[in-house]
Write a protein that binds this ligand. Structure first.
Ligand SMILES: NC(=O)c1ccc[n+]([C@@H]2O[C@H](COP(=O)([O-])OP(=O)(O)OC[C@H]3O[C@@H](n4cnc5c(N)ncnc54)[C@H](O)[C@@H]3O)[C@@H](O)[C@H]2O)c1
Length: 464
């Protein structure tokens, strides 16, 4: 793919222009390639932000440094990406020696703030994976650091970029069902994908902020964007009733477990070549076990979650997240003053599908697809009329085609107008996690939580 340096510089400026904070001039030298440094050489780092950038955009950017706390995985990551840059276990050394233009943060969630703040402070633009961070204190520190710097922060929200999510945005923005009054949203994680969160660091509140933040940040970002208002107040319930201490038995990890034959969740990581090379081969260096028991007793996140959110424009949201569904999929319904929109993906009873659930998850995470594989319906039912079905061309790989479109917007043809405002800045990143953080606080206190109590951000009737 041919991409010019000029286009890239312009694209970053365009992205920055859509964030809520003042835009600063970029000091990139247009005659040279963009210098990129990445921290966190785990699966997301080396695949989506590593190898894919090398494969698609190497004419306009180069990796100047890679960093991770695990030196062994770091070397594997460098080989996998195909980069020839130096590696560092110290982030500060990497930035001060290689002087990157852009830092990409793909470490575990609880550490994002550290590298965002240091990266901005050391004079780099920063692109962070979701979630922005895991609690309100770190969130405030990030907002302050971005304001104090003359650099920009982008949050990689890929779900907005799928054609299906975009069509919903278009229908709502066009007032197809009048003014929005309420939304019902349910997300079902299956016993492959849902379970995978409980096998590793995501199962610990201190590392992931719980799935209220780690996973639901995607959902709340979509909802904030679709509803086009900012959340005002949250009330939630949640519990841990299936994984963790609730399991009928437990072992140290899957591969050494005495219960292999009776556990429906048994997973042989040695049969998964990539997971073995990325995790097992380097666990001696940091003790990061990828096939941990999902019934281990130190899991302290919720596995069922439900919340009500009142938006500043008075739209009411009913939200739920399930983590051990027999299938993976989601559904949303929007009630407006002039009708109703219903949308869903991957509900097996609604479509003729023979795909198995494990394969479905692998497809979603894959980056190699791209072609249209099917049309997916959205039902628009106006008051007093017959319903209509809008068909949307849909891709299966890379989060419904969202992954590819997000990167193309950053690195290719940025001047193409985006009437749907899909680019996310730090305010979007904050507003999406603050709903999950408020939900956690509501469960703990039994009370509704106001978003304005969490940081200095004052929720607006309309998103800026
Ligand atoms: N947008 C999406 O759809 C999507 C999909 C997957 C993951 N993610 C995000 O990407 C990030 C990484 O997820 P992953 O699945 O690749 O996790 P992972 O566990 O595979 O990788 C995390 C890496 O970070 C490293 N790390 C942890 N703490 C560190 C520290 N203090 N300093 C340096 N390195 C450190 C680990 O050693 C590991 O190599 C997460 O924030 C996750 O939310 C986003």
């Amino acid at each position: 793919m041919k991409n010019s340096r000029r286009e890239f510089v312009f694209s970053i400026s365009m992205l920055a222009a859509s964030s809520a904070f003042p835009i600063q001039a970029f000091a990139f030298d247009k005659s040279k390639k963009l210098k990129v440094a990445l921290v966190g050489t785990g699966i997301r780092g080396i695949t989506f932000w590593g190898k894919r950038l090398m494969d698609e955009y190497s004419e306009i950017l180069e990796f100047v440094g890679l960093s991770d706390i695990n030196p062994s995985r770091l070397e594997y990551g460098k080989t996998y990406i195909g980069a020839s840059c130096p590696t560092f276990t110290s982030f500060e050394d990497m930035v001060s020696i290689t002087k990157p233009d852009l830092v990409i943060v793909t470490t575990k969630d609880s550490t994002h703030h550290e590298f965002i703040i240091k990266g901005l402070g050391m004079g780099c633009d920063v692109l962070t994976e979701k979630p922005l961070t895991i609690d309100e204190f770190k969130c405030q520190q990030i907002l302050d650091a971005e304001k104090a710097s003359n650099k920009n922060l982008i949050v990689g929200f890929n779900y907005r970029w799928s054609p299906y999510a975009t069509k919903i945005k278009e229908l709502i923005s066009n007032k197809t069902i009048g003014d929005l009054v309420s939304v019902d949203f349910n997300w079902y994680l299956n016993t492959y994908h849902g379970a995978s969160y409980f096998r590793r660091w995501h199962g610990e509140m201190d590392s992931s902020g719980s799935l209220w933040v780690h996973k639901a940040t995607h959902h709340f970002d979509l909802l904030n964007w679709w509803i086009n208002s900012e959340p005002n107040e949250v009330f939630a319930y949640g519990d841990l009733e299936f994984y963790g201490k609730n399991g009928p038995f437990r072992g140290k990890n899957c591969r050494t477990c005495d219960h292999k034959n009776e556990c429906a969740f048994y997973w042989d990581i040695h049969k998964d070549e990539f997971s073995k090379k990325l995790y097992v081969d380097h666990e001696h260096a940091d003790g990061y076990i990828r096939d941990n028991c999902l019934f281990r007793e130190d899991i302290d996140i919720y596995d069922k979650m439900s919340a009500q959110v009142r938006y500043t424009d008075n739209t009411i949201l009913n939200y739920s997240l399930t983590t051990y569904s027999p299938f993976e999929g989601w559904r949303v319904a929007f009630n407006g003053t002039e009708g109703r929109i219903e949308a869903w993906l991957d509900i097996p009873y609604f479509e003729n599908t023979s795909i198995d659930e494990a394969e479905k998850h692998a497809n979603e995470m894959a980056q190699d697809g791209g072609e249209i594989v099917s049309k997916k319906p959205i039902v628009v039912h106006k008051l007093w009329q017959e319903f209509e079905t809008v068909q949307v061309d849909m891709e299966e790989s890379g989060h419904g085609g969202g992954d590819k479109r997000l990167q193309d917007k950053i690195f290719v043809n940025p001047e193409v107008p985006d009437p749907f405002g899909r680019t996310a800045g730090s305010r979007d990143g904050a507003m999406s996690i603050l709903i999950g953080i408020a939900a956690r606080k509501s469960i703990q206190s039994g009370k509704p939580i106001k978003i304005s109590e969490l940081t200095d951000l004052e929720p607006q009737v309309r998103r800026t």
